[in-house]
Design a binder for this molecule. Structure first.
Ligand SMILES: C[S@@+](CC[C@H](N)C(=O)[O-])C[C@H]1O[C@@H](n2cnc3c(N)ncnc32)[C@H](O)[C@@H]1O
Length: 220
């Protein structure tokens, strides 16, 4: 999924993946598995309200999003006051770090940014990031994400489970086997699963026989 694909999406007034509140899995599980003394990495963060939710609880979320429309809307809609710094990735691409005392958002391509710039994380929350990417990109994503993990890291990963013949992604269908294959160093546990079929007219229109959102905890 290239920049243009997501830019088309951000040109529209609303985005099907955006939620108007923090994700229920995050609300339910964050305090059990994440501690406030460590930052929480939120790759491919869009304008997700999970960031302000984490910040309000005293976590320090660090988002990365490459679409300026998404980042600008995130800042405006949440009335955030940020300082900003501009630097360059090794390939010359620009990285803009917006930050205040409660959170940080990088306007940058996830694949351009390294742990040298952003640090290493013991806590990662991935909702609609891994599953937003086609298979070949998921391999690169997993590899790159692992290069940003500190020792003993925990990844909370939200995926979608549906009959693959009934819908083409994104969101892409991810199996437990694939997660184990992409994160062989991690211990994978399914924490929670709930059906989304009744949550949005889009899913009804597609006449899916099943659509579950699944939360995995991967410990490294
Ligand atoms: C499906 S959305 C999910 C957004 C957010 N996690 C949420 O739950 O609302 C995926 C987001 O990733 C962004 N994105 C895609 N590829 C990216 C990349 N290589 N680097 C940074 N952001 C990227 C897109 O612009 C889009 O906002």
């Amino acid at each position: 999924m290239e920049f243009e694909f997501w830019d088309n999406c951000w040109q529209r007034e609303s985005q099907p993946f955006h939620l108007n509140e923090a994700h229920t899995f995050l609300v339910r599980y964050v305090q059990q598995y994440f501690s406030t003394d460590q930052k929480v990495f939120v790759p491919l963060s869009g304008k997700s309200l999970d960031l302000p939710f984490l910040a309000e609880l005293g976590y320090y979320p660090v988002g990365v999003e490459f679409n300026p429309k998404a980042v600008n809307r995130f800042i405006e809609e949440n009335q955030l006051e940020f300082s900003s710094e501009v630097s360059n990735a090794a390939n010359g691409h620009e990285l803009v770090r917006y930050h205040n005392h409660t959170m940080e958002v990088w306007l940058a391509d996830f694949f351009d940014i390294t742990s040298e710039q952003i640090g290493k994380f013991r806590q990662v929350y991935d909702r609609a990031a891994f599953i937003a990417l086609p298979e070949a990109m998921r391999r690169d994503y997993a590899k790159h994400l692992k290069s940003m993990l500190a020792k003993d890291a925990t990844l909370l990963l939200v995926t979608m489970d549906y009959v693959p013949d009934e819908m083409s992604g994104p969101p892409f269908h991810i199996t437990l086997d694939e997660i184990k294959q992409q994160f062989p160093e991690g211990w994978v546990e399914e924490l929670c699963r709930c059906s989304l079929l009744d949550t949005h007219p889009r899913w009804k229109e597609l006449e899916l026989s099943r659509l579950d959102e699944v939360l995995y905890k991967i410990t490294f």
